[in-house]
Design a protein around this ligand. Sequence first.
Ligand code: HEM
Length: 326
Amino acid sequence: MSQKGDFGAVRKDIAKLLHQPEYDDGSAGPVLVRLAWHSCGTYDSETDTGGSNGAGMRYEQEGGDPANAGLQHARVFLEPVKEKHAWITYSDLWTLAGVVAIKEMGGPDIPWQGGRTDYVGETKLPPRGRLPDAAQGSDHLRFIFNRMGFSDQEIVALSGAHSLGRCHADRSGFDGPWVNNPTRFSNQYYILLLSLQWRKKKLPSGIEQFTNYDEDSETALMMLPTDMALRNDRAFLPFVELYARNKERFFADFSKVFEKLSELGIVRDADGNITNVDVEFGGYISAPKKPAEPGAPKKNTDDKVGPSEAEPLQKENSRFREKSKL
Ligand code: HEM
């Protein structure tokens, strides 16, 4: 247990858990970045609802949203950190984990401030349907991201996070990584989006994605329809080109836009304290830890998504490893 507010100690423990040889490409980093983004990406500027302040994915309505399929892995990875630093709120932990993971995977420093609180009930949960649908095009991207308050350039910069991780057929229905080294933060996503031949491919599930198969290395890479929209839209394209040729510019812009993402819906006073917390309770409200063991009693825990998220994941991971050996 660290001193309340010692985010430095939490950062160190997040960094330590990134190496996960049994999981995906050997790193928890990409799925932690996705967890951070999805915890923020429900923000609606018009109604000033959603966003990271609250950690709504602890509840079925948000955690069980099909758009969040797979993020239980990220939440379970972080449980030992919550156990050790019980004072931290889930909303701070999930956003900080994304920032730490990006840095550890070779990405930029992203300014991050704590102070978020966890919802104490379900009344403020955002409705489902606010996160992007990868099967759509540019109009949809603008609709989703303008609602959060992002410009065309910011949409393109944020999408560069797809240099990390992969799609999973059993989560989103899409399949495969965007780049050859998916645990290294880079501008490869833009370079490959522009330079490779992308062919539409119908997956067994009926879902369509874009695929490039390299005969020599026998590796397949993928792009989502929304990724291709960045290349095919006249207003998005110049920013894809900019970030493909200028890695430093991408890192600088990504850092700013990810910070903006993590602050959506948050109002701070001059000292950095968040002022729009749940007024009924006030203060830094941290939800109690969820159960660590499969089937642990619900008493004194906060696992509202299911009796335990951990057990089915263990099976899923071993299935993934079996598949990747083939
Ligand atoms: C532009 C709209 C976006 C769409 C439609 C989209 C869609 C998706 C989809 C379908 C997946 C695969 C999920 C799975 O099957 O496991 C994915 C993964 C991922 N996304 Fe996005 N995404 C978008 C924007 C973003 C943003 C803004 C970020 C972060 C800044 C991000 C970070 C990631 C990461 C790191 C992964 C890999 C997760 C893993 O390896 O488990 N995405 N995204």
